[in-house]
Ligand binder design. Structure first.
Ligand SMILES: NC(=O)c1ccc[n+]([C@@H]2O[C@H](COP(=O)([O-])OP(=O)(O)OC[C@H]3O[C@@H](n4cnc5c(N)ncnc54)[C@H](O)[C@@H]3O)[C@@H](O)[C@H]2O)c1
Length: 265
């Protein structure tokens, strides 16, 4: 399928690792020019993997002024931005329910990065896209934001907020021919998943602790009808489809890539 993304400019915020990195590769494979944005200097390595036409930008998404400067630089060095993907997401670093095992102070940082970071990104990039009456935004929710997952309450609540912001943005953008959607992954093999594993198994004695692969396999078979983990590249494939004109009537949606864990009706 020709997705028609050649030479379009895509910005992947959170592109240094995991899902964001796979998405950056998917856009580059479609011939797009990619800005890889992240607080981690690993963006430099991702950009050199992708080759020419790629711009690495080190920014923390909680710094709105720095994001605005990044947007200006990307437009000037790569050209008009067509697609903005916000994959940044952090956990609280504390496993566990009941929610009172966490302290209220464990919440603001997760919100500042996961929710305010998404809002900052939308504000930093929307204006020229509206003028051009063209483009797409993609945000990242999670099954955790749809099922009241108790594992990390601030994370779950932040992912529910992403759904609502995506819907608001989709309505606001629609008159300008700009679409906004969200992807809700289930369990994807990424550094974040490794952290979830470490937190979930930390309390077990070393000789009873399953390996990462064993833990993933048991959990995914219990929770998802298809019983298999998601590879980041699968999310990359859906992302470039959503950015393309083949998806021109898809907006305000949350698309689950989760092996059937959460089924909408
Ligand atoms: N991995 C999964 O199983 C899974 C499941 C459901 C949802 N998600 C969501 O998908 C998205 C991507 O997850 P992932 O597993 O690839 O995560 P990851 O931890 O592998 O990558 C996240 C990236 O965000 C960057 N980042 C973190 N804080 C930042 C900040 N303040 N400013 C700029 N960059 C920052 C990190 O440096 C990293 O490169 C997240 O929003 C996550 O919540 C992931």
């Amino acid at each position: 399928m020709n997705l028609g993304l050649t030479n379009q400019v895509a910005v992947v915020v959170g592109g240094a690792n995991g899902i964001g990195k796979a998405i950056a590769h998917s856009f580059a494979a479609e011939g797009a020019a990619v800005a890889v944005v992240d607080r981690s200097p690993e963006v430099l390595a991702v950009a050199s993997e992708l080759g020419t036409g790629t711009l690495p930008v080190v920014v923390d998404v909680t710094d709105y002024a720095a994001l605005q400067a990044a947007a200006t630089r990307i437009e000037s060095e790569l050209g008009p931005v067509a697609h903005v993907v916000f994959t940044v997401g952090i956990d609280s670093g504390k496993g566990g329910f009941p929610f009172w095992n966490l302290h209220p102070d464990d919440w603001p940082r997760v919100y500042a990065v996961n929710v305010q970071g998404a809002v900052n990104t939308a504000h930093a990039f929307y204006a020229p896209m509206i003028e051009r009456r063209h483009g797409t935004f993609l945000f990242f929710s999670s099954v955790a934001g749809q099922i009241g997952s108790q594992t990390d309450p601030p994370y779950s609540a932040s992912k529910a907020a992403i759904i609502n912001f995506t819907q608001c943005a989709a309505k606001d953008f629609a008159p300008y021919n700009i679409r906004a959607n969200a992807i809700a992954p289930g369990m994807v093999h990424t550094p974040l998943q490794q952290k979830v594993y470490a937190l979930a198994t930390a309390h077990l004695p070393a000789d009873e602790r399953p390996s990462y692969d064993e833990w993933c396999d048991t959990k995914i078979k219990r929770l998802a009808p298809l019983g298999r983990m998601v590879d980041p590249e699968e999310i990359g494939s859906l992302t470039v489809f959503l950015a393309s004109e083949h998806a021109r009537n898809i907006t305000g949606q949350v698309l689950n890539v989760d092996g059937g864990w959460v089924m909408h009706w």
